[in-house]
Design a binder for this molecule. Structure first.
Ligand code: GLV
Ligand code: MN
Ligand code: MN
Length: 422
């Protein structure tokens, strides 16, 4: 039975993967695109079949709800995201949404009414692929939308404001997507691990302790474009400066045991016989503590200034995203732990459930602003993610489904006993 549902979940992951803007089987699906609308429709259909009443919220998140023992009770949220990075895998975010729908369907089929409502949320933007800043869907949901985001634009110059209108959303009503703490019991997100810890430990599932705080920057180095035949003394080469800066960033972050990634670089005018007059690159910085991450950024800023002054270059930095580290709630972690234990054989039962820190960002970080959160990680082969080779097994999906359902039911039991608190 669980095996058949796991097969269905994987078939749905395959179906969602066909909604892409890229040719040749590659996946890219961004916020407020035609592909976003298409996958929301599919998710809405599957939510309806799972017995949920559905709506698309004011920020384009697809939502579904099943009432608890009486209508109008606070809701336990299950969910993740449906958007992707460029050349993505088919499970990052998507698996969590489909597991959530499958859990709702099982609870519907059992006929059991929970002491809270159950909601499933398919967030529209976790990756930030289109507009550079991330978690737009879950930030609207948690009431932390920032007005300056309306003017962010995509690679074609389309602003968030324009994209809302084109998607059929009213920007003036984005506040209606915001949920209030008193209407929520908590948020549980299942997600592939995106790292090798579970695979190395030969464990299918783990519980997340906390999620790294992230900052992202757009860094521009200006020099002077000119003929590549010019002598060394006259050159102000922006690309050579950017290269030195990128290696310095790597060195500073490694020394501080933090993660820094420069994943995007553009050179202008970008010609074989012209010295680069301008180089623009991104920086994604993550750390377990916000203070350690911020201290590394301070050192990077100093290094950028030193390198550029020595090379007679100008440097300009813009922060495009900031999210504080998020801690998962102890009571919600405990129900996930119970859910995982319930799937184990008697022989494996005494072994500790793996607990992991997440370097990857998740919708749970944004939702933490409005309710308690916890995350269930599912093993992915070799820890590979943000890549077409991302892969999970049907057996792991089946055990994740059982564990997530068991966690929801454990929470329901404890909630009823505690008289309505998680
Ligand atoms: C999202 O996957 C992120 O961690 O950037
Ligand atoms: Mn991702
Ligand atoms: Mn994700």
């Amino acid at each position: 039975m669980t095996g058949a549902t796991a097969a269905l979940i994987l078939a749905r992951c395959d179906e969602l993967a066909t909604h892409t803007v890229l040719p040749g089987g590659l996946i890219e699906r961004v916020y407020l695109s035609a592909q976003h609308a298409a996958v929301n429709s599919l998710a809405a259909r599957w939510m309806t079949e799972a017995g949920l009443s559905i709506w698309q919220d004011a920020a384009g998140n697809q939502c579904g709800r099943r009432e608890g023992a009486v209508p109008g009770l606070p809701a336990l949220l299950l969910g993740s995201h449906l958007d992707t990075v460029p050349s993505a895998g088919r499970y990052d975010g998507i698996l969590g949404v489909l597991l959530a729908i499958a859990v709702a369907d099982r609870i519907r089929a059992s006929g059991r009414r929970l002491p809270f409502a159950l909601e499933v949320v398919a967030f529209g933007d976790e990756e930030g692929t289109r507009f550079g800043t991330t978690l737009l869907g879950s930030r609207a949901f948690s009431g932390t939308w920032q007005p300056e985001w309306w003017n962010l634009s995509d690679a074609d110059g389309v602003t968030v404001h324009e994209a809302f209108l084109a998607f059929g959303l009213d920007p003036d009503r984005v506040g209606e997507a915001a949920r209030s703490t008193r209407d929520l019991v908590g948020y549980l997100e299942a997600h592939i691990e995106q790292g090798p810890v579970l695979d190395d430990a030969d464990e299918p599932l783990g519980v997340v302790t906390s999620i790294a705080g992230a900052r992202r920057f757009q860094i521009t180095i200006e020099g002077a474009a000119g003929h590549s035949g010019t002598s060394w003394s006259l050159r102000r080469d922006a690309l050579a400066g950017a290269s030195e800066a990128i290696l310095a960033i790597e060195d500073i972050a490694r020394t501080a045991n933090l993660i820094a990634t420069v994943g995007h670089l553009q050179v202008f005018p970008d010609a074989v016989n012209v010295i680069a007059g301008r180089a623009e690159f991104s920086l994604d910085l993550r750390g377990e503590s916000d203070a350690a991450r911020d201290a590394v950024w301070d050192r990077i800023e100093t290094a950028l200034a030193d390198i550029c002054s020595r090379r007679q270059l100008d440097v300009h930095t813009v922060q495009t995203h900031v999210a504080p580290a998020a801690h998962c709630s102890a009571p919600l972690r405990a129900v996930l732990d119970r859910g995982i234990r319930s799937t184990r054989t008697a022989a494996a039962a005494p072994t500790d459930v793996p607990s992991l820190f997440s370097m990857a960002g998740h919708d749970a970080m944004a939702v933490a602003a409005v309710t308690d959160v916890a995350m269930l990680f599912v093993r992915c082969a070799g820890g590979v993610s943000h890549h077409p080779d991302e892969s999970v097994t049907a057996a792991d999906v089946a055990v994740a489904l059982d564990a997530l359902e068991a966690a929801v039911l454990a929470l329901a039991d404890g909630y009823a006993t505690a008289g309505g608190s998680a």
